[in-house]
Design a protein around this ligand. Structure first.
Ligand code: GLV
Length: 395
């Protein structure tokens, strides 16, 4: 029996039942104590909206632009590793759902379906997220493949040169494809529909990489593979190099500090994404939303600022926009939709968020995304920033 799906949490509950534990947990976890992961969501609750009345609310629209591209609402699907393990052919299905909805889909380097797989089932350009590995020939080739697929933006991730440990992944024996042993067998056996769907596709491993990168030993374990292949020397000069190789719209993901934001603005990239990688990297970092206001202030109009981390509703999207983000990203909300019911579930996640955003905007007395400013917020200072007023910055 299908329960009524009204909010993102409903999709999460269904996904928890349908997706083998190692993959559900891979999505629903953060690094180490998961403190930052949980605070990303919790911090939104501190932000209060101004209830306005008797304002004409007809003719509302969520239409907007992200890095110059038209979007049905300023909510892109974030790059997420292993989406093709939440559901068979997951990235292809999510990309199609995003295309039909009119929002950008960002394909992760660490996806199961390849750039070419996704291009084969979509008509409009999608975005590609890049992890930089030591093997620069492979990176040059990967960028060329994204160009050949007509990807319309490159999202360069800055905050994952080494992996923050996620305990659950190690306990569950996470790998793609899953290795069969006593620990994992029951995880798979309890999800027969997932297994049947997986048997119908041949896409079971990291297809952007398998068959393309040289000297790849064991690709199946994300943690050992990142430790072995990702480039720990990545620096601002490399951003310059990648910008040249790519030559198109460039978005820098993983900025959480005003100093880094100012450096990013100087690179001439098109946008930054304020993000702590969904609390999956530096455990102990502040909630993403608490850093947004000062980063927006620090860069002014030098670079477009996007936001990622903790969004679970349209209300959260509205709060990020009101605090100065020009675009937002959802990761887990669409993964839960995907795990719960494939492409339909991703569409459902987008519908839920759009509905909530639209209603919330109306009740704040606004009709356009561009009207969402500090004006819709009660005097806002996140808990983490209270008492910080007037304090001198050191260092
Ligand atoms: C990879 O991007 C991850 O966060 O697992």
């Amino acid at each position: 029996m299908m329960s009524v799906v009204l909010e993102i949490n409903d999709l999460k509950k269904i996904a928890r039942r349908r997706v083998p534990k190692m993959f559900f947990d891979y999505a629903a976890s953060g690094a180490y104590t998961e403190g930052t992961y949980h605070s990303n969501e919790a911090a939104f609750k501190d932000i209060k909206l101004r209830q306005r009345v008797l304002v004409d609310m007809t003719g509302r629209s969520l239409k907007s632009r992200m890095t110059g591209q038209d979007v049905a609402m300023p909510v892109a699907l974030a790059p997420t590793g292993l989406a093709g393990m939440q559901h068979a052919d997951g990235e292809m299905l999510a990309a199609q759902a995003a295309e039909e909805f009119g929002v950008p889909f960002t394909l992760s380097t660490m996806s199961i379906c390849s750039i070419e797989d996704v291009a084969s089932v979509t008509r409009k350009p999608f975005w590609f997220q890049l992890y930089v590995m030591k093997d620069r020939d492979f990176i040059v080739n990967l960028i060329e493949r994204a160009k050949a697929a007509k990807c319309s933006a490159l999202v360069l991730t800055l905050d994952l040169q080494i992996l923050g440990q996620r305990h659950k992944d190690l306990r569950n024996g996470l790998s793609a494809p899953p290795k069969i042993n006593l620990n994992t067998l029951w995880q798979l056996m309890t999800c027969p529909v997932w297994c049947m769907n997986m048997l119908r596709t041949r896409r079971h491993t990291f297809r952007n990489i398998a068959g393309h990168a040289k000297n790849v030993t064991d690709l199946s374990s994300l943690s050992s593979w990142t430790a072995e292949q990702f480039d720990p020397k990545l620096n601002w000069d490399d951003v310059e190099w990648i910008k040249k190789q790519w030559g198109g719209k460039l978005i820098l993901k993983g900025i959480l500090d005003t100093e880094d934001a100012k450096m990013a603005a100087k690179t001439g990239a098109d946008a930054i994404i304020v993000s702590n990688h969904g609390g999956r990297q530096l455990d102990g970092a502040p909630a993403s939303i608490t850093m947004l206001p000062e980063i927006v202030e620090a860069v002014g109009d030098k670079i477009e600022v996007h936001f990622d981390g903790g969004i679970r509703s349209g209300q959260d999207v509205l709060k990020a926009l009101a605090l100065g983000a020009k675009g937002t990203y959802i990761g887990r909300p669409f993964l839960y939709g995907l795990g719960a019911m494939g492409k339909k579930g991703v569409t459902k996640a987008l519908d839920i968020i759009a509905g909530e955003l639209d209603t919330t905007m109306a009740l704040c007395g606004k009709r356009q995304v561009s009207e969402l400013t500090h004006d819709v917020l009660h005097d806002y200072r996140p808990a983490a920033m209270r008492g910080k007023k007037g304090k001198e910055k050191h260092g």
